[in-house]
Design a protein around this ligand. Structure first.
Ligand SMILES: Cc1cc2ncn([C@H]3O[C@H](COP(=O)(O)O)[C@@H](O)[C@H]3O)c2cc1C
Ligand SMILES: O=C(O)c1cccnc1
Length: 351
């Protein structure tokens, strides 16, 4: 069960923020972020303990999976690229590797089921549910068994990081065709039109976009009577990486640690997790607003405001990675900044 956050310390937390040497509210969204992080890190405590407020072993997971729908020509790239990019992640050459090295994330790549499996490596976990999902416009993407196993695998991989001391976990992904899956999930969860939900992913042209929308429309019609629960939506329209992300997000929320959500696909997983366990949203930080069409609608549905707007549309966890310095800044000002009394500054009162 995902517990709601205990609010006992909230007044104390807000007072501490308000008494820092700055005009009230002047650190904007960083204040909201600080309050959320301190609340999460103080669960189970009756007093604020500044000493133990720290981000420890921030862990980035890139979940990779191949999608049968890619064979219908909905991406600029063929499915083989998923496995090739996994090899690139393992070797340290992708955008996510650079950002993780620069910012201090520990990166684990999770092969959830790809056409080209990678050689074993220290930063690669093999949790394969198959080689590729079924094209979901004419059949369920995966079986009920794969759904169940995927949720468990996701839990297992993040729990090993949490047991090793990670208290901030970020969610990235790789999977050619997975914006189709994420868009279908959004349409099923929100009831919004396919035109609103489906965008260009890696950068497809107008003709391909028309085909992608038609396929997703077909899928929603085909599955229409069987999309009543988030589990059904996941099984029928999801992907091997998306199901493991959902299982992993739920596990992080149960463990009362911080979930950093990336872009379009990561947010689709976050929507499903918060439908399954509504309190899980309290543990989520939305890192950035993706340029992918439909991401804005996802964030609206979640009533979430992202920290960054960088016009990015890559995935891999790149937006989530870039949020770490903001988390550090938020926790840093909360812990280290002087209060008016500490610094003998005359307290300013709002007009
Ligand atoms: C070389 C390359 C690297 C990527 N890294 C992330 N994605 C991103 O693009 C894919 C989703 O877009 P679509 O649904 O259009 O296929 C995912 O793999 C996502 O992570 C990439 C895509 C490519 C081609
Ligand atoms: O926002 C994302 O995560 C995204 C957008 C386009 C393609 N791949 C991922």
């Amino acid at each position: 069960m995902v517990k709601p956050l205990d609010t006992r310390l909230n007044t104390l937390i807000q007072q501490r923020i308000d008494l820092k040497t700055k005009p009230l509210g002047a650190l904007g969204k960083l204040e909201v972020l600080a309050a959320q992080l301190v609340q999460i890190f103080s669960q189970g405590q009756t007093q604020l303990d500044i000493e133990q407020l720290a981000i420890t072993r921030p862990a980035m997971f890139v979940f990779a999976g191949d999608h049968g729908i890619a064979s219908q020509g909905v991406s600029i790239a063929p499915s083989e690229v998923t496995g090739q990019m996994v090899a690139n992640f393992v070797q340290g050459g992708a955008a996510i590797n650079v950002f993780c090295r620069q910012l201090g994330w520990q990166l684990t790549v999770v092969d959830c089921g790809t056409l080209v499996p990678c050689e074993p490596a220290p930063n690669l976990r093999s949790q394969r549910l198959g080689d590729i999902t079924h094209a979901f416009h004419k059949q369920p993407a995966m079986s009920e068994m794969q759904l169940k196993q995927g949720l468990e695998y996701g839990e297992q991989v993040v729990m090993s990081a949490i047991e090793a001391g990670s208290n901030v976990i970020a969610f990235g992904e790789m999977g050619i065709g997975n914006t189709s899956s994420a868009a279908a999930i959004l349409a099923a969860l929100s009831g919004a039109s396919v035109e609103l939900c489906v965008g260009r992913g890696t950068g497809i042209d107008d003709e391909t976009l028309c085909k992608k929308r038609a396929l997703i429309k077909q899928a929603l019609e085909y599955h229409q009577d069987k999309l009543a629960t988030p589990e059904q939506i996941l099984q029928r329209l999801g992907g091997f990486e998306i199901v493991q992300m959902v299982g992993a997000m739920l596990a992080v929320a149960r463990a009362q640690k911080v979930i950093i959500v990336d872009g379009f696909i990561s947010t689709a997983a976050a929507m499903l997790a918060s439908r399954i366990a509504p309190h899980s949203k309290q543990y989520m930080v939305f890192a950035h607003g993706s340029m992918e069409q439909g991401h804005k609608l996802m964030l609206e549905q979640l009533n979430a405001e992202p920290l960054l707007h960088l016009d990015m549309r890559l995935g891999e966890g790149t937006g989530a990675a870039l949020a770490l310095p903001l988390l550090q800044a938020a926790l840093g000002f909360f812990c280290e900044m002087a209060s008016f009394a500490d610094a003998h500054v005359t307290q300013v009162v709002d007009a």
